[in-house]
Design a binder for this molecule. Structure first.
Ligand code: NAD
Length: 244
């Protein structure tokens, strides 16, 4: 049976790789984007040319109405969402004493509230069908500390807490909730750190390199798919051994 997936922050980086992977597996995919309309439409075009079903929709995950409306647009096109990937996220480095209220709220609004809103938008149908898979993209920095990344790290740790508790709550309804915690992955998000820091992070990674978006997408697709039918509440690291 064809599944309908919704991927937040799907126009680039890890989200785009997840969209491509799920589409190739036969899902109809909603590609949520914030501002990168051109990139999202290019991805939509690329996948349609390959014969896949997808739809690019604008939706700020930190705005309940916006993300819910984006999900409804995808549901109108393809039917109810049974796979939700909460991938949208923001990162940033700042010393703790310099964090403003606004900074703090923004990290939590995108990285945590975004998942809360999107999950609540897809849940009624999942509960009705007693079927669904939710994958939250956390981070290794949600599992261990990161200097100058307190807000990011705290929001990603909270996402892991959400995952575990919600997995328990939804398990009787056959809805699985899991997390992928990527290590350092070569995307626009980490590009800002500069070549020297990235080389240092690659050195700190036991596998001696940064990960690729496709490698994270494979972990997300595994948890979203039927091969993981008895797996819920887990945090799967895709980090080249970084936090072992
Ligand atoms: P990225 O910056 O390329 O992608 C993030 C995506 O989220 C972008 O498309 C962005 O537009 C979108 N986004 C941001 N705010 C949004 C909002 N309010 N509403 C909708 N979309 C929004 O970075 P990425 O590396 O592909 O990151 C994807 C996810 O993986 C993020 O949650 C990130 O925290 C997580 N992650 C990344 C790394 C890494 O090393 N790259 C490591 C661990 C975790």
């Amino acid at each position: 049976m064809r599944k309908v997936a919704f991927v937040t922050g799907g126009s680039r980086g890890i989200g785009r790789a997840v969209v491509r992977h799920l589409a190739a597996e036969g899902c109809a995919v909603g590609i949520d984007y914030l501002q990168a309309r051109d990139q999202a439409l290019a991805l939509e075009r690329e996948l349609r040319e390959q014969g896949f079903e997808c739809l690019a929709v604008q939706g700020d995950v930190s705005d309940r109405e916006a993300v819910t409306a984006a999900i409804r647009q995808v549901e109108e096109a393809f039917g109810p969402v049974s796979v939700l990937v909460n991938n949208a996220g923001i990162a940033g480095q700042r010393q703790f004493q310099d964090l403003t209220d606004l900074d703090w709220r923004r990290f939590f609004a995108v990285n945590l509230d975004g998942a809360f809103y999107a999950i609540q938008a897809v849940l009624p149908h999942m509960l009705h069908e007693k079927r669904g898979a939710i994958v939250n993209v956390s981070s290794i920095w949600g599992l261990r500390g990161a200097s100058c990344e307190v807000a990011y790290s705290a929001s990603k740790a909270a996402l892991i807490g959400l995952t575990r508790s919600l997995a328990m709550e939804l398990a009787p309804s056959n809805i699985r909730v899991n997390c992928v915690a990527p290590g350092v992955i070569h995307t626009d998000m980490v590009e800002v750190l500069g070549a020297e820091t990235l080389a240092d992070l690659a050195d700190q990674t036991p596998m001696g390199r940064l990960g690729t978006p496709e490698e994270v997408a494979a972990a997300v697709a595994f948890l979203a798919g039927d091969s993981a039918a008895f797996i819920t509440g887990q945090v799967l690291t895709a980090d080249g051994g970084f936090i072992l």
